[in-house]
Design a protein around this ligand. Sequence first.
Ligand SMILES: [Zn+2]
Length: 412
Amino acid sequence: MRLNLAPEVATVSASAQGEQVFELLAQDLLSKARRARLTTAHGVIETPAFIPVGTQGSVKAVSPRELHELGAEIILGNTYHLFVRPGIDVIRHFGGLHRFMNWGGPILTDSGGYQIFSLAKLRKITEEGVDFQNHVDGTPAFLTPEIAMEIQTTLGSDIAMVLDECAPYPCDYDYAARSAEMTTRWAKRCKEWKSRNGESENRRLTDSPILQLANSLLFGIVQGATFDDLRKSSAQAIVDLDFDGFAIGGVSVGEPEEEMMRAVESAEPFLPNNKPRYAMGLGTPPQLLEMIARGMDMFDCVLPTRLARNGTAFTPTGTLNLKNAEFALDKSPIEENCACYACSEFSRGYIRHLIKAEEILGLRLITLHNLHFYLDLMRQAREQIENQKFDEFRKSFVSKYKTRDLDLAERV
Ligand SMILES: [Zn+2]
């Protein structure tokens, strides 16, 4: 059986058509917020953008068609999880991740490093790479910057990430400094791998469903833990290597929110204006707006999908735990005036019943609402930046939103 791919799957070559890859459309006057457009081989991403996380080749509980209907323009694929299961050979057999999961839009893949450090049984980090045993069946594997690039190329990534070491929190200065320096050397090796293989791959894969390597984008990652001078030197070193975009890594790893904001503030002034900036693994709705105000453009976070499975829904005033008894007879939707499917058609009381009865529909409805909430927040941010009202919007949103402990950002 042939899969019918959505029309938007048609690969367009951004560079071949001479389009600008990153176009800055508006800049907020009262903050560093930017409104921009990033063109990738599988489509355009309006920024600020939220990237739903498709950990194992699936954004948990929602289909690619639903993601498209929600207005998601890009999703994230976790290289580590796909490498462990089903394995890269299986995805190669299906012609890349876009075809395997039937998602026609852009895909950003991480390098796999973060999960090796957080999930796998780590055996050894050396200059050459990372030796680990996966968390599923303990199979040993070795990941180098070059192998991370090769895997992401096989996945058909539109935006690939360099392999980096995400230093833990807390972390002492010397370790953070050595780690950030190694991350820079690994970034250089990723870039060199792409230059070496880009042209030959491009010729060989001209008619292949796998995205041509030359048309994919590669982002560098700034590390440096919670140390301002290391964030600065890491940003400068990574920017010198000239990537298509720049990510801030090593944030949302358990540090207090002020430290997270400072890590971004320390690196941001050294990032070029004409390239996209991606704050990795963030965050709560107010954190996203604060990051946008600090000049960040792209975000990925598991909170909307993960908290949904726990019965937790996002609203403009904070999260609601729909398991609570107070919602049993509540006929109102999760959020008044929300345009999502769950809020258009179902009551809090019914969704609470589904969650309590462990009916799959319950977590699906909350997931749809939560993803809509995050994507809509980005739509509002874009509009407010265009209208020069972002700062007012951010302050008003943040003051109304009550953060609870369970909101603490946590990555896969
Ligand atoms: Zn809703």
